[in-house]
Design a protein around this ligand. Structure first.
Ligand code: PA5
Length: 436
């Protein structure tokens, strides 16, 4: 089970200016019942369907079978999708696949395909990818909830032409489409061409969709443990079901961030994983927090950092710059390697303090030292600890933060599930391209 430590959020640890006092907690407690009720309402209207899909027994329907077939036929699996259609999978692959997955031989990958997630439409990167992969051995997953996103449509049309030119009539076999069951431009094509497809539940928005076919099908194709992801999310959903703040870690995250932002001017939320494998968890979180809560003049700016790297880049600012930040440390108790492999030996006197220590121990010491230093400087933080990095704990993490985000949305009094600002950009892009 993920460990979540709020000690450094409170005034006892960080002082009254940055931390939550008993008066603050009493004020927070007054808004919790209404926010909980709002979340229940969003569940009834299916706006918060992210919470309930994980307990639906059909969540994995068709996915293991399709993944088995795809991974036995193809050497490359390329995802075309952006925003919420890409970031959760990116995070899961970094966390759950062995490092340097795409550089490993097919044998080292257990026969599974390499995995590429193409979100941006930088022409050099995309052309580079198409040069790299053998189209005849590539399956493309086109992932778009709306089925209308310009970036994904552009990539898809480039790929489609390339596929038809290279494999002729067999082009259909190289595609899997993940989109809304009814709406958008992709669904009619699925029907007309009888393409392999998966449906995204109608009210499930991109940034809440990693635990649907959006994240699960590609994850399964690369051999990730999707049952573990779902089981972890399920157990976190029940851990976050209580109405009361003290027993609900997602509500605590949402409420403390909201309160410190609106009442103590902590307008920035920094997430610092102390693990390369979890580095993209902060990318995923940033999109979720920013796109869900940044509305009507509200919201808190998420910042991504990495420990210990950013101790040599950002931490000076975090320690002595403006007191406008809350920190989330994401740590790992036990790394997935034999500690002996990275044990320091032969240190001279100057480095005797690391003699016999492995890199995981040193990294954890760096994390604890930075947490403590920030607390002493009056800067609030919380710590989420993965006992080890695996599918179950990552599933827990996804559900924890999706629930925290929805709850914070209720406290801000905004709708966390839409993205009118993003839609406007999409519309204007179409207008510019139509004119020129
Ligand atoms: O979280 C969101 O809703 C957005 O980031 C979308 O995922 C992103 O804009 C891509 O949209 P779509 O999946 O409809 O192509």
């Amino acid at each position: 089970m993920l460990k979540i430590d709020f000690k450094n959020m409170f005034s006892a640890a960080v002082g009254d200016e940055g931390g939550l006092t008993t008066t603050d907690i009493a004020a927070i407690d007054k808004s919790t019942a209404a926010a909980h009720e709002k979340l229940q309402e969003w569940r009834r209207t299916q706006d918060a369907i992210f919470y309930d899909i994980v307990s639906d027994t059909r969540i994995l329907e068709g996915i293991p079978e399709a993944a088995k077939e795809i991974s036995s036929r193809f050497d490359e699996f390329v995802v075309l999708g952006i925003g919420g259609s890409a970031l959760g999978l990116r995070c899961a692959s970094a966390a759950l696949l062995p490092p340097y997955w795409n550089l490993r031989s097919k044998e080292q990958r257990g026969g599974k395909p390499r995995l590429f997630v193409c979100d941006n439409i930088d022409p050099e990167t995309f052309a580079g990818l198409l040069d790299l992969v053998d189209i005849k051995r590539t399956c493309f997953a086109v992932i778009s909830k709306s089925g209308t996103t310009t970036e994904t449509a552009s990539q898809f049309l480039v790929v489609l032409e390339r596929l038809k030119r290279t494999v002729g009539e067999k082009w259909r076999e190289h595609l899997v489409i993940i989109t809304d069951p009814e709406r958008g431009e992709l669904r009619p094509m699925v029907r007309a061409e009888k393409l392999r497809s998966f449906a995204i539940p109608p009210k499930l928005g991109g940034r809440f969709s990693v635990l649907s076919a959006v994240g699960l099908l590609p994850a399964a194709c690369a051999g990730m443990d999707i049952e573990g992801l779902v089981a972890g999310a399920r157990s976190m959903a029940s851990r976050c079901a209580a109405a009361s703040l003290e027993t609900n870690p997602a509500y605590q995250i949402g409420a403390y961030h909201h309160y410190l932002d609106t009442r103590k001017r902590k307008a920035i939320s920094v997430m610092i994983p102390y693990s390369d494998a979890l580095m993209l968890a902060s990318d995923w979180y940033s999109q979720l927090w920013a796109e869900s809560l940044g509305k009507q003049g509200h919201g808190q700016t998420p910042v991504k950092a990495l420990g210990s790297t950013d101790q040599h880049s950002q931490v000076q600012l975090y320690m002595e710059g403006p007191k406008d930040k809350i920190f989330t440390f994401v740590g790992v108790e036990s790394f997935r390697i034999d500690d002996k492999a990275t044990r320091v030996s032969g240190a001279d006197k100057a480095f005797s303090y690391i003699e016999g220590k492995d890199l995981g121990t040193i990294l954890r010491a760096e994390q604890h030292a930075t947490t403590e230093a920030l607390a002493r400087a009056g800067r609030p933080s919380l710590t989420v600890t993965f006992p080890t990095i695996d599918a179950h704990h990552l599933g827990e993490f996804f559900m924890l933060y999706e629930t925290a985000t929805a709850y914070a949305g209720a406290l801000y009094g905004i709708n966390p599930f839409d993205q009118p600002g993003v839609e406007m950009g999409k519309k204007l892009t179409k207008e510019i391209l139509t004119k020129g």
